[in-house]
Design a protein around this ligand. Structure first.
Ligand code: ADE
Length: 225
């Protein structure tokens, strides 16, 4: 999979996508991420990419011309399966959306800043909008990093144990059950006996039961679905 990202602060994307599982995915050639600085397509020599909003009001808006030129230039080299704008007023990101995106070949993500991007870009170029949650970030970069991480780890071969993404929270609409490691007794706090019984069916049943219990208690909204 290849993901192109258009940003005015590319530095914000460097670290989250250069370590741990994302690094492994990129090193193995399973995920390519290319970050493009929007100022390459600025409208003048001062690097201008934003302007005051029509109708007045505080906050600048990202101009349509640099964004359209960026999208059109990048689209010459490949066809994007989705052109995604990350914005707090988009539909909320979730595991099914990550699963769906992980099946695509080429994604383009646009990170907004200030008051956001000119509406005409959303109408004429963007094919999908995503919010990562009901709060407002200073820019779209961290949201883009979250999407790349959630999608990238699902690509076949990225996680060491092929089954581990399947047992994540949300994959079956349940939160993940509790997990334990050694020692079996830490300060008198003991690991549940059943996890050491050696019977994989009993362990699976216990985990499923715990997952149901947790989901009921913590996320009745997804449990009711
Ligand atoms: N940009 C600013 N806030 C955001 C959010 N919650 N989700 C996606 N992009 C954003």
């Amino acid at each position: 999979m290849r993901i192109d990202i258009i940003s005015v602060v590319p530095e914000l994307l460097e670290s989250p996508l250069s370590h741990s599982i994302m690094k492994r995915a990129r090193d193995k050639g399973l995920l390519e991420v290319h970050v493009h600085h929007l100022r390459q397509w600025a409208v003048n020599e001062y690097g201008q990419i934003d302007d005051y909003q029509y109708g007045g009001g505080a906050g600048m808006v990202m101009m349509p011309e640099p964004l359209a030129n960026a999208i059109e230039t990048l689209s010459k080299d490949r066809t994007y399966d989705e052109i995604i704008y990350v914005t707090p007023d988009g539909p909320r990101f979730d595991q099914p959306t990550a699963n769906r995106l992980s099946l695509k070949g080429n994604l383009l993500i646009i990170c907004g800043h200030y008051k956001g991007i000119d509406q005409r870009i959303r109408e004429h170029f963007v094919t999908m909008e995503i919010s990562i949650g009901d709060y407002v970030l200073s820019g779209g970069e961290l949201a883009a990093a979250i999407i790349v991480d959630a999608v990238g780890r699902l690509l076949p071969g990225v996680l060491g144990d092929e089954t581990s993404a399947l047992t994540d929270s949300f994959q079956d609409n349940l939160l993940a059950p509790p997990v334990y490691t050694r020692p079996a007794d830490f300060r008198g706090w003991k690991v549940p006996e059943i996890l050491m019984c050696g019977d994989p069916i009993k362990v699976a049943d216990w985990r499923h039961e715990q997952a149901i219990q947790r989901t009921k208690e913590r996320r009745p909204d997804i449990f009711d679905q």
